[in-house]
Design a binder for this molecule. Structure first.
Ligand code: CA
Length: 490
């Protein structure tokens, strides 16, 4: 197999393109699942859900066992990945509410247009770009994927979608017939570049088909391509094909058997994508990155073992996710990579691959991972990866949940105060070392406090009542959070 890039040339990849005619810029595919748990895939130890195509890619590639996303739920995680910046820094720590809820003030908003998205950066650098699947970053024309750097878009604009076309199309038609003005986003027709389409396949299969269609079209062009394949699965509604559920009769829990079927359909799609890459002779020089947008939702049957917590938590199970890079022409060997990496790293990493300019005013939070994935060295020794979630409640119970990872250390905050774990040997965050290592915890809390100073006021909330609560309770009151003194009401 040809190795276009040695470790050394990866370090100087920009000049490589200028001097070596043999080197061609790789195609890039992000495959993102929605709410996929850490142990919902074979390559991370699932013993009941089978994912043979994903496992093969993980085994051949760089399997990151400490791969993080910047937020423990959908919208802000994606906003972080697409901008290369923590969502709090530009006021997007909450999901955009479903358009059907009718909050006109929020429905006009989306990921701020002064943020040059990953897709736009690659498009500006000559990549042919496609998005297949979920967007969730704004529904009005100003925020549409086609104006945010995607030449081709097939999918849906909201935060999720139903899976069976006959069912959701019938519900949509019935709602229209009743004269319903605000039809639930999950039932809306899919679209292709702004035009409604009549999808006929189970959603995951339809998205896989469109991803293959994009690859075939893109492979005819001279330029490299970038595809963001954002599967909805296994996010609710829990809807699997009966034939896929029948693959898992050994699973007795109904929810788990259903998401097993949903994940099996994703894996089948990944197999089709790999076949398409091989048929179009693009398999060797295509970087595939696979991850989930947040941790699995345990109450819906996901398994985050050995991590503790669920989607939405700043415990590891909330935002440490299945994660690998696969690039036959680029990496000289397969490896497990244990050091912390983040989807925030995609922006600078892909910019390096594209030989591209990062906008001058862009303050990126991530790292160019290329030399580190190749060498196996830690990309950020002594540096932190953060996450912070606002938990809003009535009365005086609003608070934040915080997580900070630096090397082996994880600091975690919830209502009962700060904890410190060594997640290298204790990934399940069971053994609190706060009393044993108070200075380390203090360092981490201080550093997180400084990070929190970069946050700006949220641009939208789950609903207007929550926005009122934010102001009435004088959030974010970070001084109460970033202290080791127990000041918060218990
Ligand atoms: Ca999600």
């Amino acid at each position: 197999m040809r190795k276009l890039f040695s470790a050394l040339s990866l370090l100087a990849i920009g000049s490589l393109f200028a001097t070596n005619e043999e080197a061609t810029r790789p195609n890039i595919i992000i495959i993102m699942c929605d709410d996929l748990g850490y142990a919902d895939v074979g390559f991370n130890g699932s013993s009941d859900i089978r994912t043979p195509h994903l496992d093969k890619l993980a085994e051949e590639g760089i399997h990151c066992t400490s791969g993080y996303v910047p937020h423990p739920f959908c919208g802000p995680s994606r906003m972080g990945m697409m901008t290369g910046r923590y969502p709090h820094s530009f006021g997007t720590p909450f999901n955009l509410p479903a358009a059907s809820r009718g909050y006109k003030k929020y429905n006009k908003l989306g990921i701020p247009t002064n943020e040059v998205l990953l897709s736009k950066m690659l498009q500006n650098n000559g990549y042919y770009t496609g998005l297949v699947g979920k967007w969730h970053l704004g529904v009005t024309p100003d925020y549409h994927p086609n104006v945010r750097g995607f030449d081709d878009f097939y999918g849906f604009l909201g935060g999720g979608h139903s899976y069976f076309p006959k069912v959701y199309q019938a519900k949509y038609n019935a709602a229209k017939a009743r004269g319903t003005k605000k039809i639930f986003d999950y039932l809306l027709p899919l679209e292709h570049n702004g035009e409604q389409v009549q999808e006929t396949e189970y959603l995951t299969d339809g998205l896989s088909r469109e991803a293959c269609r994009f690859i075939k079209e893109a492979s005819q062009k001279e330029d490299p391509f970038f595809l963001f394949l954002a599967y909805n699965a296994p996010h609710s509604p829990l809807e699997a094909k009966e034939e896929d559920k029948a693959q898992f009769l050994n699973i007795t829990d109904e929810n788990r058997r259903t998401i097993a079927g949903m994940i099996f359909a994703v894996d089948r799609g990944v197999g089709r994508i790999v076949d398409t890459l091989e048929k179009t002779k693009k398999a060797d020089n295509t970087l595939i990155v696979f991850l989930s947008d947040n941790g699995g939702k345990v109450e819906y049957g996901s398994n985050n073992h050995p991590l503790r917590g669920s989607k939405g938590d700043t415990l590891e199970g909330g935002y440490r996710v299945p994660f690998f890079f696969h690039w036959p022409a680029g990496f000289s060997q397969a490896r497990k990579y244990p050091h912390p990496v983040s989807s925030l790293d995609f922006y600078p990493t892909f910019a390096a691959l594209a030989g591209g300019e990062i906008p001058a005013d862009k303050k990126l939070a991530g790292k160019n991972l290329l030399p580190f994935l190749e060498s196996g060295k830690n990309a950020r020794p002594g540096e932190m990866i953060y996450t912070l979630r606002h938990r809003m409640s009535k009365g005086d119970r609003s608070h934040h949940q915080v997580g900070g990872r630096r090397d082996q250390w994880k600091s975690y905050y919830d209502l009962d105060g700060w904890k410190l774990y060594n997640v290298q040997i204790d990934p399940g965050e069971k053994n609190n070392l706060a009393e044993k290592h108070p200075k380390i915890l203090q360092q981490l809390v201080t550093e997180m406090s400084e990070w929190a100073q970069t946050h700006s006021t949220p641009q939208w909330f789950d609903d207007p009542a929550q926005e009122k609560r934010w102001h009435d309770q004088e959030l974010p009151f970070y001084d109460k959070t970033f202290t080791l003194e127990p000041t918060h009401p218990q």
